[in-house]
Design a protein around this ligand. Structure first.
Ligand SMILES: Cc1cc2nc3c(=O)[nH]c(=O)nc-3n(C[C@H](O)[C@H](O)[C@H](O)COP(=O)(O)OP(=O)(O)OC[C@H]3O[C@@H](n4cnc5c(N)ncnc54)[C@H](O)[C@@H]3O)c2cc1C
Length: 476
């Protein structure tokens, strides 16, 4: 239950303008925005200081946002392009108003981060250039924004976990009750509370409850601290759950990745090769769409449908020798390698006959055409089940290489119902005064699949919006 505002039980009470829960990109953007708009925020972080930064610090933190054609990109990318991509990848299910606000604000928010000193470089290859990567990755992004906050004198508390919302008799949210180094403390915010404390991906009980039994053993790619606290706190106080609670973000990972906080151990170049299951068979159209629009759903297909939840990604030297190949994968160990398909199959411990038949059939089914990874080149196979619809080259140049792959969990899609000012909506459909959500706790953004490089920018955009709104509210 939410704690009635003014209840006894806290060792200390501290007052601020806005309480920001969570120190990833969404919380940092919120706190900076509160400060910029004349408010005094407190940033409350559950992790110890050296582990601050949430999922954001484990990420490359690549962001998609509108920009003109330049040396990094093959064409202009407009807010309308971004809107169309995000809506298409959610099969039209995402909340159009939230997506429109995200796309319309993405560029100016990226520029705002640049003004804090963020430097950019191109993102992964073959994404039409709309991805930009902070030069220093997610860790550098987090470090930079914390440095700015600390420079402004903003209070940041660590090892402090928000547990409950403090709610007034009129229903407005006045602060949080938290468990920290001083024991139980109340942190009050005149403008309200912004929940920027992640999804429930690190909470095994919630994973199984909402995603299914298989989800207990998923590799956790990011922060161990995102255990759904903000979602639970808000829902018991009356917030409406929204979005796809039964789905999540994943990536095609090296199956040898550490089980917790493995960071970037993903393969983003599988479209240059083939996926092979334990029986030596292909089972996915690796060239169905650009990698940025398939990696989440393919990784879930591997974990949920391939025997044993693992598969192999196999390449030949035509792929391996490409200049950009190494930039698009981070295996945690050396690849398996052999001069013949038979030897590779033996190392992979899969039926060699099946594997050799599969590759033989695949090579024979490839149609003529121009191979071009920067567009859907239509260089395909025919007559296979499944076919490869684009980027089909024969696997014919040894040595052949293979990496064991599986899925994992990055963040969850289920969240809270919010409006375009990041205000949380209750189950009556009305704004909960003083309660905001930004980043992963905001629902209705992602469904079924995921458009690459959208989550960090989502956190930045809605953190900035939430911070500005809550700072104004504090003045009122
Ligand atoms: C390996 C990896 C690679 C990724 N690559 C990309 C990419 O290139 N581009 C992209 O867009 N996205 C990427 N993502 C996803 C993206 O990083 C995250 O979804 C995004 O950064 C989330 O930001 P956030 O601020 O919402 O949450 P987080 O960054 O996770 O921050 C949440 C914070 O809340 C804190 N917290 C949790 N509970 C409490 C509590 N009760 N009280 C106080 N604090 C609490 C946590 O400790 C954490 O610091 C990647 C993720 C991973 C793990």
């Amino acid at each position: 239950m939410p704690v009635p505002f003014g209840s006894p039980g806290a060792a200390e009470t501290y007052e601020f303008d806005v309480v920001v829960v969570g120190g990833g990109i969404a919380g940092l953007s919120t706190a900076l925005s509160v400060h910029e708009n004349g408010g005094r925020p407190v940033l409350v972080e559950k992790a110890p200081r050296p582990e601050r930064g949430g999922n954001t610090r484990f990420a490359d933190a690549q962001m998609r946002f509108p920009h003109e054609k330049d040396e990094f990109s093959v064409r202009d990318y407009t807010a309308d392009d971004m809107f169309r991509d995000l809506m298409r990848i959610s099969s039209g299910r995402a909340n159009e108003d939230l997506i429109r606000t995200l796309c319309d604000n993405a560029r100016q928010t990226a520029d705002w981060l640049t003004d804090f000193g963020l430097e950019w470089e191109p993102g992964y290859p073959h994404t039409a250039g709309y991805r930009r990567s902070p030069k220093s990755g997610g860790q550098g992004l987090v470090d930079l924004l914390f440095r700015r906050l600390e420079g402004f004198g903003v209070t940041c508390t660590y090892e402090t976990a928000a547990q409950d919302l403090l709610v007034d008799p009129d229903g407005s949210v006045r602060g949080i009750r938290a468990r920290g180094p001083e024991g139980i403390v109340d942190l009050l915010g005149r403008g309200g509370v912004v929940l920027a404390c992640g999804g429930f991906q690190a909470n095994v009980e919630m994973r199984v409850r909402y995603l299914g039994r298989f989800a207990d053993s998923l590799i956790l790619r990011g922060s161990r601290y995102n255990t759904g606290d903000g979602l639970n706190m808000a829902i018991v106080a009356g917030a409406a759950p929204a979005g796809q609670w039964g789905d999540y973000h994943s990536a095609v990972l090296d199956a040898r990745s550490p089980k917790v906080e493995c960071g970037v151990t993903a393969l983003y170049n599988y479209q240059m090769g083939v996926f092979i299951d334990r029986n030596g068979r292909r089972f996915i159209d690796e060239g169905e769409d650009f990698r940025d629009h398939t990696y989440v759903k393919f990784s879930k297909r591997i974990i949920e449908t391939a025997p044993g939840g693992t598969a192999w990604c196999v390449f030949d030297q035509q792929a391996y020798q490409r200049e950009e190949f190494a930039r698009a994968w981070r295996p945690v160990g050396p690849p398996y390698q052999a001069d013949t398909l038979k030897d590779l199959a033996d190392q992979m411990e899969i039926p060699a006959e099946n594997f050799m038949d599969t590759i033989g059939d695949f090579n024979a089914a490839i149609q003529p055409g121009h191979y071009d990874l920067d567009r859907m080149d239509g260089k395909r196979t025919v007559g296979l089940a499944p076919n490869k619809s684009n980027w089909a080259l024969p696997l014919s140049e040894p040595p052949y290489i293979a990496i064991p792959v599986t899925g994992g969990i990055t963040f969850t899609f289920g969240g809270l119902k919010c409006d375009t000012s990041a205000r949380v909506i209750d189950t009556r459909g009305q704004v909960m005064p003083g309660l905001y959500a930004a980043g992963e706790p905001m629902g209705e953004i992602f469904y079924n699949n995921y458009p690459g490089a959208s989550s960090v920018i989502r956190g930045a955009v809605y953190g900035k919006i939430a911070g500005a709104h809550a700072a104004e509210r504090a003045k009122g």
